[in-house]
Design a binder for this molecule. Sequence first.
Ligand code: ADP
Ligand code: MG
Ligand code: MG
Length: 203
Amino acid sequence: GTALDAAFFVRWMTVSSAAVDREADHLTELDSAIGDADHGSNMQRGFAAVAKVLETEPPATPGAVLIAAGRQLISTVGGASGPLYGTLLRRSGKALGEASEVTADQLREGLRAGVDAVAQLGGSAPGDKTMLDALYPAVEALAGASGSFDAAADAAQKGALATVPLQARKGRASYLGERSVGHQDPGATSSALLFAALAEAAK
Ligand code: ADP
Ligand code: MG
Ligand code: MG
């Protein structure tokens, strides 16, 4: 498979930052329906800080890029999504070790460890109407014969859309009980953006 170097991971984060910026109003609109209307601004602030630190002090390895990005999200985003996405990236980065290049298989296993860490931190599972409903299908789609970044992006997008009929069991949306049904989860939607950015960065 293709070797993914530190520059590829910087590109992924930079493309993610642009995507989050472009979709910020949409993310906030979704969060205004079942949350507190700040998911777009949370993600925008966090990923702007990520893009800035990676541009000014580019780390030398894939693992270090993701760890630096995760650290920025944790320190700049006050909402639930900051520690959750920060954990995703930091744990995934840790799993990649100190190699200067990684394979797509290694990235998949790193992301799997990262997503598991999100579930552990959030006390959440697939079906709870959270970012996990996009993240788990995306990681699964990276595995298997037809696994690719495009397939992962597609699976994440489908997972985000599939949160609409669910009742939220975690996060602010869960306070609404049955009234959370019929709305797309903001965090699952931003997760789909991050996987679309991964596919774009690979082109
Ligand atoms: P806050 O809810 O603190 O305002 P955000 O609006 O930035 O934070 O992020 C909300 C998103 O975080 C939700 O849409 C959901 O996807 C995700 N989320 C919240 N709580 C959890 C949890 N316990 N486990 C996984 N994801 C969660
Ligand atoms: Mg919110
Ligand atoms: Mg908030």
